[in-house]
Design a protein around this ligand. Sequence first.
Ligand SMILES: Cc1cc2nc3c(=O)[nH]c(=O)nc-3n(C[C@H](O)[C@H](O)[C@H](O)COP(=O)(O)OP(=O)(O)OC[C@H]3O[C@@H](n4cnc5c(N)ncnc54)[C@H](O)[C@@H]3O)c2cc1C
Length: 383
Amino acid sequence: MRIGIIGTGVAGSLLAEALLEAPGISVTAYERVARGEQSEAGTGLNVGPNALKALRLHMPKRHAALRAASLEWRRWFVDLTDGTRLLDLDLLDLAEEPGMRIRWSELYRLLREPAAGCTRNGHAMEALEEDAQGRLLPVFRTADGLVRDGGFDLLVAGDGRYSRLRALTCGEPEGTLLGVCIWRLLVTDAADCPYDDYGQWFGGNARLLSFRVPGGAVYIAGTFPLGPDARIRDEMKTEAAQRALYTPEHAPPCPAVAWMLDKVGRHIDQIHWARSATAPLLRHGASGRALFLGDAAQAMVPTLGQGATQAVECAVVAAEVLKRGGTVQEIAAIRDPRVAFVRDFSLEASDTLVPGTDVVMGTRAKASPSFLAKLRRTYTEVY
Ligand SMILES: Cc1cc2nc3c(=O)[nH]c(=O)nc-3n(C[C@H](O)[C@H](O)[C@H](O)COP(=O)(O)OP(=O)(O)OC[C@H]3O[C@@H](n4cnc5c(N)ncnc54)[C@H](O)[C@@H]3O)c2cc1C
């Protein structure tokens, strides 16, 4: 069976590695960026304990490599921006191992390395044709112009939220905006950072999220509600506007928030601004000859840190099913109920980001038995 993988991000590179030596399968991966180029990946992320569990069970070498290059994600605390504590969870009360905190560039480097021999870089998929035998023939834009390659029995979309393969086979998915802006910043002058593991700080429905990542750096993400037109206005992309969002009305900011606001002011021009959105879940197309994994299948809100985490689970399941000669329908039957649960739960957990919700009550409710039971399911129920 000839399998082509479009995109070597999280899902694509893990699947390529897992299929490399599978009997009866030949795999070629295509990636639009050049080898070693991580420019689209400047910041950090937290990956859930469930991704680590999936890798430990199915791809132990990758698990070990990622553990060695990351910090443990063990804690989740939530404060108000004046320092009032609302929630403090130990992930090991809910999971079988910690999650991890890692730099994006390091994650991509470690995932792409094992599949480098079967990857064609500088290949951006643009179109899709069929050969005389009815096999799929993707068309790529390269430095030398358009190139056709294939005929594949199966093409896998690992090309992320704006998947070209999904759009070409099933049409552009219509995204749903959550109505919040999410920005990210990686701070490297961070020796005096007053915190370590994963924390969140609310000022009204605006929220800062931050943690240390390896290499002495700190990742900061800010979230704030957008107006009815869901536009990120230029005047919000200023130090003064961001400072106003996260400064408490009647007290000075706590030391952690004061530190972050100082860094936001110094590095405002390096901030990456985006809008939080979901897309409808779809697992396959082209009569079962196209398989969608990760964000290509299931773009979700990043509230619980499950986007890349679920892309890992996708790759692990797809590899196991394809190696035993299974179909895309079997992959859908395993993945889709799990993904639907995690997506719905991620949306439910986003309640405190939306204007009109009581942040104190909404956050304290996250210590309730029913919320914690869902978090435990998220962190442990992997394939
Ligand atoms: C602000 C923000 C914060 C986030 N934080 C977290 C977090 O803390 N934890 C977490 O788990 N998730 C997080 N996510 C989600 C996470 O980024 C994604 O869910 C995850 O990267 C999806 O993995 P993927 O393999 O599907 O695609 P990606 O990792 O996006 O990889 C797609 C790959 O396809 C390539 N590509 C794209 N188009 C083409 C083409 N036409 N031809 C060839 N190659 C192509 C790209 O270059 C890339 O290498 C966050 C997302 C956002 C926006």
